[in-house]
Design a protein around this ligand. Structure first.
Ligand code: TRP
Length: 336
């Protein structure tokens, strides 16, 4: 028996932050030897919000380099760019025509983003989850390691696969594999540094609300110094009145590698003035190896290009095979 296949991706919008890393990429790295992995930089998704053509390509390379810097190992994993494999766009169109519109208008993330983008809501934003379903289903992925916020998108992916198999492969072996999400509870939700009830997010206009993986030590120090806390002394987990405290202690726990019990004990008599420098130091140390590896990868562009070329070739072989099966099931003639 071969290994199961895992697929996941991140958008190349700006820099990766701690929430992306702890909620998703760290889990990809930890589980990677168990699976045959495809990690994609989803640059087609990136244009569903207003974007800057002058930085799209370099942002895409940054994310690919960060995958490597975070510990994605090419022995187990392929890294590639979504727009380099045209099957993603093509399967999206075919899926569009079997996906009821209300499945998309009902999606929580669409509704939230539509409110935020105001006048700038394009059809691609509505269609975003269909493209994501195409990403995953093209590779017949068994597992999709993602953050908690992507759960609904995974359910839609499963619904599209079921619907396609039911409508176009009835009574035959299913054409599309129905994938399972892989969501880890711990670290799955990193909250904003300025509001412990809101997720840390790339789209938050306040730069001080997040720690980017490439933030230098002085920036990390400044952000922690200014982050929101409360007036109480003694730090505790899981107090609903103290969401910031829970978030910062949780970050410290994960980044230091200590257990929850150990951190609870360490923090019980601490004030913020003592805790903040400790968290700052721990964060700087935890991000240092990632930042060093990133610099090393970025100095050798030829290497990064060869990684992406190799990833594209492997991805394309599988994606085109699935696409052809889907087209045949829909009744298309094959090009001569
Ligand atoms: N929507 C995902 C996110 O914002 C990114 C994504 C696009 C993705 N395609 C995917 C994740 C396929 C997993 C699998 O995090």
């Amino acid at each position: 028996m071969g290994k199961q296949r895992a697929f996941s991706g991140v958008q190349p919008t700006g820099n990766l932050h701690l929430g992306n890393y702890l909620g998703a990429i760290r889990n990809w790295v930890e589980g990677q030897s168990q699976y045959e992995n495809f990690f994609c930089v989803v640059d087609l998704h990136a244009i569903t919000a207003p974007h800057n053509p002058a930085t799209l390509a370099s942002d895409t390379y940054t994310i690919a380099a960060l995958y490597l810097a975070c510990g994605i190992d090419l022995e187990y994993s392929k890294i590639f760019v979504q727009s380099h494999v045209s099957a993603h766009s093509e399967l999206t169109w075919l899926f569009n025509c079997i996906t009821p519109i209300n499945w998309l208008t009902d999606m929580i993330q669409f509704k939230e983003k539509a409110v935020r983008q105001g006048e700038n809501v394009n059809t691609g934003l509505l269609d975003y989850p269909v493209l994501m379903a195409a990403d995953i289903l093209l590779y017949q992925a068994d597992k999709v390691p993602v953050g908690e916020d992507q759960k609904q998108h995974l359910e839609l992916t499963r619904d599209i696969a079921d619907r396609f198999n039911y409508q176009f492969a009835k009574g035959k072996p299913p054409i599309l594999k129905v994938p399972d999400p892989l969501i880890r509870k711990e670290g799955a939700r990193v909250m904003s540094l300025m509001d412990g009830t809101k997720k840390m997010s790339k789209s938050d206009p306040a730069e001080g609300s997040r720690i980017n993986l490439l933030d230098p030590p002085d920036v990390i120090q400044k952000k922690i110094k200014r982050c929101k806390t409360d007036m109480e002394r003694g730090l505790t987990f899981d107090d609903p009145e103290r969401p910031e405290c829970n978030n910062l202690l949780g970050l410290y726990m994960i980044l230091s590698g200590k257990t929850k019990e150990a951190v609870a004990e360490e923090g019980q008599d601490m004030g913020w003035g003592q805790f903040k420098p400790l968290l700052t130091e721990t964060m700087i140390e935890a991000l240092k190896p990632i930042q060093e590896k990133y610099q090393a990868v970025m100095t050798d562009k030829g290497y990064l290009e060869s990684v992406l070329r190799d990833g594209r070739e492997a991805a394309e072989a599988i994606a085109n095979e699935t696409l052809n099966q889907v087209k045949a099931a829909l009744g298309y003639s094959m090009p001569l």
